[in-house]
Design a protein around this ligand. Structure first.
Ligand SMILES: Nc1ncnc2c1ncn2[C@@H]1O[C@H](COP(=O)(O)OP(=O)(O)O)[C@@H](O)[C@H]1O
Ligand SMILES: [Mg+2]
Length: 366
């Protein structure tokens, strides 16, 4: 960058200030600076649209635009150009605020010399380039992710048909041909059916996960206590014989996508319910915990628990710490939960102890 010519647009309405800054710019070491001056925003806009500039030095108070608007308007014209704001000596706070809102740097008029300008220009350009590179990488990643999701969705979809025909053929074999199949053959056909059904379920769950990732969010105020009560009603309808103490804190409210919040609670409470199936008296508690000063919701149970050292694995697709024989499942539920939490910009963690139970903590904001 050092040897190349840098085209600077200085937007400054005070001729005295402009002259001073131009003078300092002439002194900048290590740069071939080409400086053009605009006194009004309108003039700056015309210049920016007609010639390529590498950086804008911008006084925010112009005859035809005042304050932060001036920055936003320039940014609108050329979103990728580095902008260094010039502030009065009495208004450094505006400079700091400007940086917070996307300005690359600020210079305080009256304290500007060749060195500070050189540094500001170099940093501004380099920072902007790094930002652009990062943005490009992000865009690339997002695209790759979308493609991968679309791909897995269509593969999953295509796998369903052959599976369905395997299941259908097995059913023909065991019904019509009952007399022709001996006991071993019948057992084999049953195994094939069970395996195909399991695979169909895995595929369906995988498609569910991929759907969640792609789904658009519409946030609203959500009451997790109400959702939790509804989930328990359903579980009891299904599985009425169970003795369980359910304790739900009231008013667990949060800004979230209502549909996704239901899926999240169904999975967490579903797990607590499933993994307490063997407890003499299941206890499941839904509430709020403060961890390191941050509010988390939690779902706690006194079920079989898990080895806490393996807690990090639970949120990956298909990772199960319990066998299919002991507890039915595909290992996708917590991956779905994690994806919902991620979509909200939140965080999640699980704690467990073998034989004592498990707690999942989550929050749906940063
Ligand atoms: N409440 C819980 N108690 C004990 N283990 C749990 C609990 N919740 C999740 N797990 C463990 O995490 C694994 C992943 O959970 P999940 O993705 O919901 O899959 P699934 O319930 O289908 O097995 C489970 O297989 C189980 O080993
Ligand atoms: Mg589950």
């Amino acid at each position: 960058m050092n040897e190349q010519t840098v085209n600077v647009l200085l937007v400054e309405d005070s001729p005295t200030d402009a002259r001073l800054i131009r003078h300092e710019l002439r002194e900048v070491p290590g740069y071939g600076l080409e400086v053009d001056v605009a006194c009004r925003l309108e003039e700056a806009a015309v210049k920016l649209s007609q010639q390529p500039f590498d950086i804008v030095l911008l006084d925010l108070g112009l005859p035809d635009s005042m304050g932060f608007e001036t920055f936003l308007k320039i940014q609108q014209i050329l979103p990728r150009i580095p902008i260094v704001v010039l502030t009065g000596s009495d208004d450094e706070a505006a400079g700091v605020e400007a940086i917070r809102r996307g300005v690359q740097d600020y210079l305080v008029k009256g304290t500007i010399d060749g060195k500070t300008i050189a540094r500001a220009i170099r940093y501004a350009i380099e920072r902007k380039q790094a930002e652009a590179a990062l943005q490009a990488k992000n865009d690339e990643l997002a695209l790759a992710n979308r493609e991968l999701e679309a791909f897995s969705f269509s593969v999953a979809h295509d796998l369903r048909n052959p599976l369905n025909s395997i299941i259908a053929c097995c059913s023909v074999l065991s019904s019509e041909g009952e007399s022709r199949l001996d006991a071993d053959m019948q057992t084999a056909v049953n195994h094939i059916t069970a395996a195909a059904r399991r695979m169909a379920r895995l595929i369906a769950d995988l498609m569910e996960l991929s759907k969640i990732t792609r789904r658009e969010m519409n946030n609203d105020s959500v009451n997790l206590s109400d959702i939790a009560r509804g989930v328990f009603v359903q579980l009891r309808d299904f599985d009425g014989g169970r003795i369980a103490d359910i304790d739900i804190d009231p008013d667990l409210t949060v800004e979230a996508d209502p549909g996704l919040a239901v899926i999240l609670m169904e999975n967490l409470i579903g797990n607590a319910w499933k993994y307490t199936a063997r407890a003499e008296r299941a206890r499941i508690q839904v509430g709020r915990t403060i961890i390191d000063g941050k509010a988390f919701f939690h779902v706690r149970d006194n079920g079989v628990g898990f080895d806490n050292a393996l807690a990090g694995r639970l949120f990956k697709p298909f990772q199960r710490l319990h066998s299919d024989k002991d507890f039915d499942g595909t290992g996708i539920g917590l991956a779905i939960v994690k994806s919902i939490v991620d979509k909200h910009g939140g965080s999640i963690r699980a704690e467990g102890e073998v034989g004592k139970g498990a707690t999942v903590y989550f929050r749906l904001e940063r």
